[in-house]
Design a protein around this ligand. Sequence first.
Ligand code: CA
Ligand code: CA
Ligand code: CA
Length: 236
Amino acid sequence: MGGVVGKQDPETPTTAWMPETKLEAKMVEAMRRREAEGTALKSFNTIILKFPKIDESLRNCKAIFEQFDEDSNGAIDHEELKKCFHKLEIESTEEEINDLFDACDINDEMGMKFNEFIVLLCLVYLLKDDPTALRAKSRMGMPKLEATFETLVDAFVFLDKNKDGYVSRSEMTEAVNESGERSSGRIAMKRFEEMDWDKNGMVNFKEFLFAFTRWCGIGENEDEEEWEDKEKAQVD
Ligand SMILES: [Ca+2]
Ligand SMILES: [Ca+2]
Ligand SMILES: [Ca+2]
C-alpha cells in the first residue's frame, strides 16, 4: 500500500497543493530541494534589475533553437527534441521527453516554439539538479544559459516564501510589498494573474517561466495580443 509518501513537512498546510501530473510532482520536488538551499536574492527589486540580462541571455538562446530546428519550420518536433537532448547529453528516458514535450507544448501544435523551448530547457535544468545523479555535474554544457536558468530558479525560490514549490497570491503580494513601492499591491495582483495560467490560485515553476518569456516579449508572435496590451498599459 502506497509507500511513496515522502517525509511530511510539519509546516506544510493541510491544504497543500497536489501536483496534477507526474512531471509536476517531479518539478515541485526538485524545486523544494533547491529551496532548502536558500536564495541569493535579497529583494524583489534585485529580480527586476536582473530582467535585462535574463532577457538578453534568453534571446541568445535562439541560435540553439535554430540549430535544433533542423527542418527550419519554426518548431522543434519530437524527433528534433530527442536529438537535441542527445547532443546536449541530457540523459532522459523516452517517457521523460514525452512528458516534457506535452507539458511545454501549450498550443498543442506538436512542436516546441521558441518560448516553449526555453521553458522546457529551464525545466530540464531544474530537474537535473538531482544530488543522487552524479553525472549531473555539468547539466547541459551551456554555462551561460545555465547561469540564467539558475537566476530564474533563484527568483522563484525568493518568491516562494513557505518553500512548498508554489507561489501563492499572498506570497507574491508579500514579495512585491517588500519592494516598498506605492501601488505595488495592485501590480503584484496583475503579475500574479498573468502567471497563474490555469487560474488555480497557485503558480508553479512552469507557469512562472512562461510568464517570464512573455514579459521579455519572447513568443509575442502567438495569438495573444491581450498580453501585449497589458504590457503597454503597465509601462510607466
Ligand atoms: Ca522543426
Ligand atoms: Ca509557496
Ligand atoms: Ca496555476
